[in-house]
Design a protein around this ligand. Structure first.
Ligand code: GAF
Length: 353
């Protein structure tokens, strides 16, 4: 029997830049999808969250618009890429909240892929696993995501953030200062990624690159956008500024300047809200209150449109800030949000038990 721990992720800065091959700065978090599994002829999985068993044979893989699509997608992509594998039976659980913007879908995909890699001797490197899971998500599940989530879930490192160039996939680990806490708030608003505003943002960004004759957003400056339709200018202007902020945030953190790092995060949030239009009333509220109560900086994390926000806080104030923000949120929205104090985690791990 094997036990797989697959983390979730938060992105601290560099939002909506990965599908133009720009810069991101995420970390894997110590909230996990946990899979107990062993080999089997067919695939048979019990989900502790959905309280149901789902089963399929390897010759009957088709999309059914339920949580099992993330598992089917991994079997599908391995077949597409010519790998020979058998099935599995297992139990899915863990404490990573599902559908709250902390990448539970990529976490599930990589839990399954890491298990298959280990037990069927596929010898996949971490980066190969990330790219296969992204392909499953893009082509089987139908979400046109970038590489941010999958990369983070396989490459996470305890106590560290990851600075990643999503074009070259070169990355650098930066230690999170000891007295810095990371708070995640879930707004309670579910996100609809597939076929939504996310896909539209990606389309506009790709079209902008095409019109400019550039391959990545790293090669674009704001002045290059003059002359483009105003929506393209506004959306891509955000991406250009965000790439610059990620580089500045990396430098600030490396020199121990947490204040500047926090200010860049908050600046990123308001640019996302005003110009990229992917925030929500609830996310804006969190960011405003977290900063008001002493966070260094805060922003939405992941795609936005609901989901979660992240704040960087002085560690000794973390609990107070979380409680005060929660109290105000309950009063304002009449809904109790979830919050987690998280730490940077290692990437997906398989253990024989
Ligand atoms: C989602 C996507 F899956 C990522 O690839 C990334 O684009 C993110 O939204 C926004 O930064 O998590």
């Amino acid at each position: 029997m094997y036990r797989v721990y697959s983390p979730g992720r938060v992105n601290l800065i560099g939002e909506h830049t990965d599908y133009t091959l720009g810069y991101v700065m995420p970390m894997a978090i110590d909230l996990y999808t946990v899979l107990h599994a062993q080999k089997n002829e067919r695939v048979r999985i019990y989900s502790q969250v959905f309280r149901e068993v789902k089963e399929f044979g390897l010759d009957e893989i088709s999309k059914e618009n339920d949580w099992v699509d993330y598992i089917r997608g991994i079997f599908w992509v391995l077949r597409e890429e010519g790998y020979t594998i058998g099935g599995m039976k297992g139990i899915l659980g863990g404490d990573l909240p599902i559908g709250s913007g902390l990448s539970s879908s990529a976490s599930l995909e990589l839990a399954v892929l890491a298990f298959l890699n280990e037990t069927y001797g596929l010898n996949l490197l971490p980066i190969e696993m990330a790219l296969l899971a992204q392909k499953a998500e893009n082509e089987f599940v139908g979400v046109p995501c970038g590489i941010l989530d999958q990369f983070t879930i396989v490459h996470g490192r305890r106590d560290h953030l990851i600075f990643l160039d999503t074009d070259t996939l070169r990355h650098e680990y930066i230690r999170l200062p000891k007295d810095m806490g990371v708070l995640v708030f879930y707004t309670g608003v579910k996100r609809e990624l597939a076929g939504s505003a996310y896909a539209e943002r990606r389309k506009v960004a790709e079209e902008t690159l095409r019109l400019l004759g550039r391959r990545t957003s790293k090669e674009v400056e704001e002045k290059d956008l003059r002359g483009l339709p105003s929506l393209y200018r506004r959306f891509f202007g955000y991406i250009v500024r965000e790439n610059r902020r990620v580089l500045e945030a990396r430098d600030a953190l490396k020199s121990g300047d947490i204040e500047t790092f926090g200010e860049l995060m908050t600046a990123s949030h308001w640019d996302l809200a005003r110009n990229y239009e992917v925030s929500s009333e609830e996310l804006d509220y969190f960011v405003r209150k977290a900063v008001e109560f002493g966070a260094y900086g805060a922003k939405l994390t992941g795609a936005g449109f609901g989901g979660s926000a992240v704040a960087i806080v002085p560690e000794e104030l973390a609990v107070d800030i979380a409680m005060r923000v929660t109290d105000e949120y309950v009063r304002h929205f009449n809904w109790e949000p979830d919050y987690h104090l998280v730490s940077p985690s290692d990437g997906v791990k398989v253990r024989r038990v």
